[in-house]
Each structure stands twice: as structure tokens, then as C-alpha cells.
Write a protein that binds this ligand. Structure first.
Ligand code: AQP
Length: 326
């Protein structure tokens, strides 16, 4: 059975972007592949963020995974920092990665832009991500389009290692959803919707109150044309709402355009708010059950044991290939 893996950072309550780009994909494919889903807490410390409570956010993220439909019987769920082999392998991979390649990563350029002091961890983030993936021989990685470049560098690093030391790693492939691959900020639809965004009005969080979600969608930036038509360049706000609606209803972009061809933006936005609120309300009810229950501790205990065993075996194989003293 092919293996699939993804992880999200516990940097805040996850957004509609994280949900559509990563979690919905994991739920969709969990019957088809052996699945690994983790909390990427080592990645969460690459940028300074003194406001985040890693422990609390980690538990909350796991509760959200489960509430969104991630089945713990079909997925191995774990916390990255509870498995030291990721970071150990990352060092070895760093010694097989070029400075130039890392300098070209969009996320690094965006997150370091205008800052004098950014960490070396922000720069080497993609190597740790490569380690997260290839240490489990994952075949597929569901990600939003914003992370595609990171899966590509993971492939390059794995191919390079295999050539140098002999076949060791499976070469992973990204899984990117057909619609809604990059959900944009509702206020500034030229910018991706992000957990760490400063303007809360542009971001829908999975635990936002239904009324807040409605308000945010109704106030989303659009254009003056009053035509529900997909055109990312000239109508980024409406195109973003079409992507969201499409992803929640399973309708194609042209079906959405046809459905709302005679509607004004108010009617369309209300329809978007209805489908989002209806799905997120169900998730919130389940979230409250999981966050107050005891299931999470047992799930993480099992996930930790299993993934440490897998990761250790791969790490030992890598050390043997390189010729380290045993
Ligand atoms: N706006 C988005 N649209 C589609 N997919 C998205 N993802 C993130 N934002 C969008 C996908 O979510 C997964 C996990 O992301 P992450 O938590 O590891 O970090 P990120 O990509 O940096 O997400 P954020 O929300 O922007 O977090 P912060 O603000 O902390 O940096 C990935 O699969 C990503 O593609």
C-alpha cells in the first residue's frame, strides 16, 4: 500500500487554507493510502513567536484533525518533536543540500523579507521537511500549492542521496487538490490566507464563531463588476470565494459560475457563508468532544512508538550507507 504523509504547524488555530489545502486531502485519501499525520512543532519555532503556546496548540491541532474526519484507525498521528530521528536525519540531508537551492525557496524569501535577523532554522526549514517525508518513505504528500516547492526540493535531496550512497529513499510526490489549491486572504486576496496573518478579518479559523465567519465572508474584498466569474488576475476576491465554494460543495468552477450567473455578490457571498458555516459547525461540535476527552493521549502514545520505530530503522540504514562507525 502506498504511503501518504503531511504535517501542520501548531502556530495558531488552523485556517480555511490549511483545511482545504492539506486536511481535506488527507481525509479524502485516508482509505486509499497508509497515512501519517503529524504536528510540525519543530517547524513552528523557525520564526520568533513568543505568543504561541506549543503544548496547548498541539493538543488543539490533534483535536481538530480528528474533528475534521481524520480517522485514528487509518492514520498514524504523532508529534514531530517526540521523534528525534527527524532532526538527526535533517543534519545529514543538510550536508547533501546546496546553499543556492535553499536560497531560492519562496517561503524563505517571503518570511525573511525586510528582516535583519531571521534564524538559520528558517533557511534550513525545507531540509527538515524533506527529512519528515523521506524518513517514512512517503510516496505522496498532500500540500497546498504554496508548499509544492518544498516537496520538489525533498525529491531533489532524496534523488541526490540515492545517487551518492545507493538506493535508500522513496521519491515523494505532492498531491495538490484540483480546486482551491491556494486560499487567499479575504481582505487582501493577493496574499495567501495564513494562520499568522496580522489582519484577523482576512482569515477564517476553523474555531471562529459562525457569526464571525459570516461577517468575514460578507465583508470579503471583491470588485465592482458584479459578475461571479473566475479570473484570478482581475477578480482575485471573487475567484477566491469561488474556490472556497467549489471546495466545500464539490462543484467545478464552471458549475459555480453557471449557478450564480444571475446573482449579485451579496447573494453569492451568503451562499458561500452558508456552506462554510454548515461544515465548520459540525467540526466545532466534534472538536469540543475530542478536546475534553482522553482519546488524544492514547493516540499520540501509539503514534510516537510506531513512528520512532520506523524512523530509527531508516536513520540506521542511512548511517550504514554513509559508513558511520557502528
Ligand atoms: N492559504 C492556503 N491555501 C491552501 N493551502 C494552504 N496551506 C497553508 N495555507 C494555505 C497548507 O497547509 C499545510 C500546512 O501548513 P503549515 O501549518 O505547515 O504552515 P504554512 O504553510 O506556513 O501555513 P500558514 O497557515 O501560512 O502558517 P503560518 O502563518 O504559521 O506560516 C500545508 O500543506 C500548506 O500547503
Amino acid at each position: 500500500m502506498k504511503r501518504m504523509l503531511t504535517g501542520l504547524q501548531p502556530t495558531g488555530v488552523i485556517t480555511l487554507g490549511n483545511y482545504i489545502g492539506a486536511i481535506k486531502q488527507m481525509v479524502k485519501y485516508q482509505d486509499e493510502y497508509e497515512s501519517f499525520l503529524f504536528v510540525a512543532d519543530l517547524h513552528a519555532i523557525t520564526v520568533p513567536n513568543s505568543n504561541i503556546n506549543l503544548k496547548e496548540n498541539t493538543r488543539s491541532l490533534i483535536a481538530l484533525y480528528l474533528a475534521c474526519g481524520i480517522d485514528p484507525k487509518k492514520n498514524t498521528i504523532f508529534v514531530q518533536s517526540q521523534n528525534e530521528y527527524h532532526a538527526n536525519l535533517s543534519w545529514i540531508l543538510e550536508c547533501n543540500t546546496y546553499f543556492g537551492e535553499l536560497s531560492r525557496m519562496h517561503q524563505f524569501k517571503e518570511k525573511s523579507k525586510g528582516k535583519e535577523n531571521f534564524t538559520a532554522g528558517l533557511f534550513t526549514y525545507p531540509v527538515l521537511m524533506a527529512s519528515d517525508i523521506i524518513i517514512y518513505d512517503a510516496d505522496y504528500v498532500p500540500v497546498g500549492i504554496d508548499q509544492k516547492q518544498h516537496v520538489e526540493i525533498a525529491r531533489d535531496i532524496a534523488i541526490r542521496f540515492n545517487k551518492k550512497y545507493g538506493d535508500t529513499f522513496i521519491i515523494p510526490e505532492p498531491i495538490i487538490s484540483e480546486t482551491g489549491t491556494k486560499i487567499m486572504d479575504l481582505i487582501d486576496p493577493t496574499k495567501k490566507m495564513s494562520k499568522s496573518s496580522e489582519n484577523q478579518n482576512g482569515v477564517i479559523r476553523l474555531l471562529d464563531e459562525p457569526e464571525t465567519i459570516r461577517k468575514k465572508i460578507m465583508r470579503a474584498t471583491t470588485d465592482s463588476e458584479m459578475l461571479v466569474k473566475f479570473d484570478e488576475e482581475n477578480k482575485p476576491g471573487i475567484s477566491n470565494l469561488i474556490n472556497i465554494y467549489s471546495s466545500f460543495t464539490g462543484k467545478t468552477v464552471s458549475e459555480v459560475e453557471e449557478q450564480f450567473k444571475d446573482s449579485n455578490y451579496g447573494t453569492f457571498k451568503k451562499a458561500v457563508a452558508d456552506v462554510v458555516v454548515s461544515e465548520l459547525e459540525k467540526i466545532q461540535i466534534k472538536y469540543n468532544e475530542y478536546i475534553n476527552g482522553t482519546e488524544i493521549d492514547q493516540i499520540l502514545k501509539e503514534g510516537r512508538e510506531k513512528t520512532r520505530m520506523y524512523a530509527k530503522a531508516k536513520y540506521d540504514a542511512v548511517k550504514r550507507k554513509i559508513g558511520f562507525y557502528e
